[in-house]
Design a protein around this ligand. Sequence first.
Ligand SMILES: NC(=O)c1ccc[n+]([C@@H]2O[C@H](COP(=O)([O-])OP(=O)(O)OC[C@H]3O[C@@H](n4cnc5c(N)ncnc54)[C@H](O)[C@@H]3O)[C@@H](O)[C@H]2O)c1
Length: 359
Amino acid sequence: MATALRMGYVGCGFMAQKVHIPNILALDGVELAAIAELRPKLGAKVQERFRIPKLYASHAELAKDPTIQAVGVSGHFYAQGEIAIDLLLAGKDVFMEKPMAISIEQAERILDAERRSGKRLMVAYMKRHDAGNVLVKKLVADARASGEMGKLRFVRNHGFCGDWTAGLDVPMDKTDEPYPAVQPRYPAWLPEKHVNGYLGYLQQYTHNVNLVRWLLDAGGDVKVKAVELDRERGYFGVVVLEVGGVQTVIESGAVAFHGWEEHTQLYFEGGWIRTEAPPLLLRNVPATVEVYRGNTPAKVTTHTFPEGGREWSYKAEMRHFVECVSTGAPFRSPASDTIEDVRTFEAIYRRHVEAAMVT
Ligand SMILES: NC(=O)c1ccc[n+]([C@@H]2O[C@H](COP(=O)([O-])OP(=O)(O)OC[C@H]3O[C@@H](n4cnc5c(N)ncnc54)[C@H](O)[C@@H]3O)[C@@H](O)[C@H]2O)c1
């Protein structure tokens, strides 16, 4: 019998407690040997609740443990990238929450550390593990290869979001300890007054850019054609991209909504493929899969429940990480790919900031 992968986990906050630690503990082929948390009271509570053998006071301590092969990280959106660099250089394969980085400069330093270490970083984009999205990607590739639906002309991704936690009732330990200080290095062109807008937009729409690039098999072939975000928050609006040569719009916004409103529709000359996303944390409910064929006599719309649709996308994502580290198979979202999301984000927001300065 193959031995289980020995994993550590850094950061015991929301995503760790609600999602990733329970998922690691529920998987075969992996054992969670240690956690690290800068806030000692919080770390101790989480260690006790999940019965984790070892608690380290920081990621640097955990990194020195030679028995740990791979580490998951969910920290502050800037700090986690710096933590990933240290872990890679200490010889660990790393699973890290999105976004990969808050600047291209940071993303390039992370990639450089990955190359020098010989270890690998997977950035967690659970939408790529949603069984509905997996089926949509296949249907799009098949339709493009066969030409049966004509040319793919346009993609619309609409994400007005809502309640992303979707009633997830996993208990969570809290603490009165102060949050660890972080000094993020933002892109040099980003004025102070646009920092919150940039981070808010980045946090959410990195998912959408990452998904569309993957559905279209576009790699880094993304051009930013137009950006029209509201001047007040820098959040509501439309971004026009060319993704793998296909005109694509990303519509963004947030209203008080207790459900979730997000869809991606890929328009071919002869019909469309459309998927509606579940709220981010909703368990065991996949994205929907609809295909309309308008260029056939029957003009049929089909809805398919995807194979594997009852597995939580976040659990499938962690399973993928464990399997890839154990077998050497490639990650579905390696750092060499996710740097393209960071690049796209800088380009989108830089255009928004420049437009806001001249109007
Ligand atoms: N994929 C998704 O759907 C999704 C959803 C929400 C958040 N996220 C991402 O998850 C990340 C984490 O979010 P969160 O809400 O869990 O954060 P959080 O702030 O609740 O938790 C982070 C924890 O890390 C600890 N920490 C920081 N530096 C540390 C270090 N050097 N060593 C050990 N512990 C350290 C902090 O004390 C804190 O407890 C964010 O980057 C966010 O973008 C992803």
